[in-house]
Design a protein around this ligand. Structure first.
Ligand SMILES: *Cc1c(COP(=O)(O)O)cnc(C)c1O
Length: 448
């Protein structure tokens, strides 16, 4: 796609953008009387204006009905998790009975591990990406130890090559990315490849560990580099060696179209407060493939909300799980955070994930173009996110030189909300629901 570094060009793209009015449905923090340039939707999404009335409605429901609110009113609390099911299923490409909203992300990760990491003396290894989000690293470590294994032996991390293989393997749709890569100096190419995992390396690691592998777990999109992994290929490789495949979609849900059922994932988890705009600490979603959801004998940790709803309130002994992902629930829903999550999901449904992705490709492409423009001949930073648009979502991570923190502070002082990761990475996420092309042009002006 052709881009220009002018305000007029950015305005044109905004005018052509069918989704531009969604920006008006969000509340922007202010900086010196103007909306900030918000590029942090990968960390905490902005507040939809519809969240406040949704929360007030639940306070009213409580005021009016007290405990009867579980059974009365427009959205009786008793079934609240179900009000989120259809939309969550569409978002991750699942059948409705394969998803449930419950708990928080790391909690759900552990609950899934209870069912899908049951190591034996022979098959006990976990293959995962090096540099996974710390909570996932800690969860895996503690699970491995809990089962009496040594993380140093049981956890196999796939890391990027020190030197990139040549020619670098291409994925479909890589033409644009390859052309851009070609423009860089050899040094740039080396550093870029240093941060990106090659799909072949992932598949080879799984194959190499073979029947020792109990579980392959990957983030959908890596939080640091923004790399979107080839999830169907990873799931297929895991299954070839007889292992389960699980995905942490914290940075993928609401960012890219996903097809968990067709990709044959065994389980997945995600959070709602990043791209899904449910607010701080928002609830998590979980996917359990129907071949497991329909198996009541699959070991799990149980609670009353996962028990067969027909006699949940008979308070009898003997756990009988609900069929599907609902059978993994423990507790009754946290209504306030679920209500905020629902308000956010309604917007996704109205906009449509495919349309959002289409805008996202242009928007992220424009950010990449602007960053390259302002960096031309200066080499103040390197983009470590894949250049291939198909191998990333709406995040660009830049690895800065020794003045990176100063650059980040300068941006903050000028009304840019971005994200700083030690030791020297700035993450920028242009979110198609509420970011504009003008936002990106303005960022570029500050970087000149
Ligand atoms: C954001 C994020 C988390 C955070 O976990 P919580 O339990 O919601 O605090 C965990 N894992 C990944 C990959 C994340 O991106």
């Amino acid at each position: 796609m052709h881009y220009e570094n002018t305000l007029a060009f950015a305005h044109d793209l905004d005018q052509q953008d069918q989704l531009r009015h969604y920006r008006d449905q969000f509340l922007f923090p202010q900086h010196q009387g103007k909306a900030v340039l918000y590029f942090c939707g990968n960390s905490l999404g902005l507040q939809p204006k519809s969240v406040r009335p949704a929360l007030l409605a639940e306070l009213d429901q409580w005021e009016t009905h007290g405990v009867e609110g579980h059974f009365r009113g427009e959205l009786p609390w008793m079934h609240y998790h179900k009000y989120l099911t259809q939309q969550s299923a569409r978002l991750v490409g699942a059948l409705p009975h394969e998803v449930v909203v419950m708990n928080t992300l790391t909690v759900n990760l552990h609950l899934m591990m209870v069912s899908f990491y049951r190591p034996t003396r022979e098959r006990y290894k976990i293959v995962m990406e090096a540099g996974a989000f710390p909570s996932d690293q800690y969860a895996m470590e503690s699970q491995v130890r809990w089962h009496g294994f040594d993380p140093a032996d049981a956890i196999v991390e796939v890391a990027p090559h020190a030197t990139p293989p040549r020619p670098s393997p291409k994925r479909e749709g890589d033409v644009e990315g390859a052309a851009l890569l070609g423009e860089g100096s050899p040094k740039e190419e080396l550093e870029v490849s240093n941060h990106i995992l090659q799909t072949n390396d992932i598949l080879e690691a799984i194959e190499r560990e073979g029947d020792k592998v109990a579980l392959v777990i990957f983030g959908g999109v890596n939080y640091y580099t923004g790399q979107f992994y080839d999830l169907p290929a990873i799931a297929a490789a895991a299954h070839r060696v007889g292992a389960y495949a699980g995905f942490d979609l914290a940075h993928a849900a609401g960012n890219l179209p996903l097809h968990l059922h067709d990709w044959d994932a065994d389980f997945a988890v995600w959070c709602s407060y990043k791209y899904l705009n449910a607010g701080p600490g928002g609830p998590s979603g979980a996917f359990v493939h129907e071949r497991h959801g329909s198996n009541p004998d699959l070991p799990r940790f149980a609670g009353w909300w996962g028990h067969d709803e027909k006699d949940r309130f008979k308070m009898r002994k003997g756990f009988k799980p609900m069929p599907g992902a609902e059978g993994w629930q423990l507790s009754n829903a946290q209504i306030f955070s679920f209500a905020a999550h629902k308000a956010g999901l309604d917007i996704f449904d109205a906009a449509g994930m495919e349309a959002l992705r289409e805008k996202s490709l242009k928007l992220t492409g424009y950010l990449e173009f602007i960053l390259d423009e302002v960096n031309r001949g200066k080499n103040r930073f390197q983009i470590i996110t894949p250049r291939d648009p198909q191998a990333r979502g709406c995040q660009i991570s830049v690895l800065t030189d020794e003045h990176g923190k100063a650059l980040y502070d300068f941006l903050s002082e000028n009304g840019v909300v971005a994200d700083w990761r030690e030791p020297n990475v700035i993450r920028l996420a242009p979110v198609p629901l509420y970011n504009s092309f003008e936002d990106i042009w303005r960022l570029g002006q500050l970087l000149l």
